[in-house]
Design a protein around this ligand. Structure first.
Ligand SMILES: Cc1cc2nc3c(=O)[nH]c(=O)nc-3n(C[C@H](O)[C@H](O)[C@H](O)COP(=O)(O)OP(=O)(O)OC[C@H]3O[C@@H](n4cnc5c(N)ncnc54)[C@H](O)[C@@H]3O)c2cc1C
Length: 324
């Protein structure tokens, strides 16, 4: 029986939503090829997560636990995953398009002679029984369909928020795998800092409010945060605002920042450059607030408010707060 593997992504003992999104993508593929949907954890200690994985569609759960994997080391992670791939020979491996996966999956593909494609927004099985994915090209101006050809496994990452988790019930068969890991003298994690987040992480946020050069300075970003907090949104920014030193780089959305896919993206004082659009064009609903009626963002949004953001944002926040 062929298998589709979904990489488990865990942060601070919690399975991240992107794992369940990957399982949803795998369940879609299973409808076409009847493969077994499996979750696979690579790390030091999986914890009791099998019930959660089963609930979202995992029929099997491979656990690759090793103390040497307590810190993320791309080389050791690649060794561990490659070894179990060679042993079990899955047809397809799916992971979230996280920085971690972008780092080590190319190494896995190289070591297992696999095909690899990153940042899929849709997946399918074509008439040749191969994995076919869709992904944005040219900064979001077109969508390419890419089919894997005569290669196994086929490894793909899926854009965060591109698939909706499918909740059901189930209890996966748990298979523990042990791997020998060589000492790695080349790579040493000196310190791990967990930055407390006041707002949802952008790549996982359901709603985002972002500010651009129109905010004029860092202090004015407070009205972006106020609107974001009134609707439980993450706060982002254009590169112009980041380069001006108004907000940290971790808030940058775009080609050289984070790629986001929320249900609602509010672009405030952002002109709508192709590079910014590359990072937020797959948002389900885009709202633009800009005083220039010819700003390109108005060609790309679902709802546009033409006016001064310093009038509109506080008024909007007040109205939302009144709704309770
Ligand atoms: C290789 C490369 C990579 C890049 N990567 C990124 C990236 O990852 N992310 C990114 O964002 N950019 C990126 N850029 C930069 C990008 O080209 C634009 O320069 C940038 O997105 C512009 O940011 P902005 O829209 O905030 O500023 P501007 O283009 O200057 O737009 C500011 C907007 O604010 C409006 N405005 C001003 N005052 C007000 C007001 N009071 N009320 C309402 N509206 C107002 C203006 O009408 C204007 O439309 C990249 C560029 C290159 C070359």
């Amino acid at each position: 029986m062929s298998e589709i593997w979904v990489l488990v992504d865990k942060a601070q003992d919690v399975v991240r939503n992107v794992t369940y999104e990957g399982l949803a993508a795998a369940l879609k593929l299973k409808e076409k090829n009847g493969a077994t949907v499996c979750a696979i954890y690579v790390g030091d200690n999986a914890g009791a997560i099998e019930a959660d994985l089963g609930k979202y569609g995992a029929e099997k759960f491979y656990k690759v636990e090793n103390p040497a994997l307590s810190d993320f080391n791309p080389s050791l992670y690649a060794t561990a995953l490659s070894e179990v791939i060679k042993k079990h020979n899955p047809d397809i491996v799916i992971g979230g398009n996280t920085l971690k996966n972008q780092d080590y999956l190319p190494r896995v593909a190289s070591r297992t002679s696999a095909g690899l494609s990153l940042d899929s927004i849709d997946v399918d099985i074509n008439s040749s029984s191969a994995l076919e994915i869709k992904k944005y090209k040219y900064s979001g101006k077109s969508i390419a369909t890419i089919a894997f050809h005569d290669v196994k496994p086929m490894i793909a990452t899926v854009r965060l928020n591109a698939f909706k988790p499918i909740e059901g019930s189930g209890s996966p068969e748990v298979i523990a795998e042990s791997v020998e890991l060589p000492a790695d003298e080349n790579y040493k994690v000196v310190e791990t800092k967990i930055i407390p987040k006041e707002r949802p992480e952008l790549t996982e946020a359901d709603k985002i409010v972002s500010g651009g050069r129109g905010m004029a300075n860092g202090e004015n970003f407070q009205i972006v945060y106020d609107l974001a907090d009134s609707i439980g949104a993450g706060a982002g920014a254009s590169r112009a605002a980041v380069d001006s030193g108004w907000v940290p780089y971790e808030m940058q959305v775009g080609q050289t920042g984070k790629v986001v896919s929320p249900n609602l993206y509010v672009a405030v004082g952002i002109s709508g450059s192709v590079q910014h659009y590359a990072g937020m064009g797959s948002s389900k609903v885009i709202v633009a607030i800009n005083k220039d009626p010819d700003a390109p963002i108005f060609q790309k949004c679902d709802y546009g408010i033409c006016g001064d953001l310093f009038d509109i944002l506080p008024a909007l926040t007040d109205e939302i707060k009144k709704l309770g």
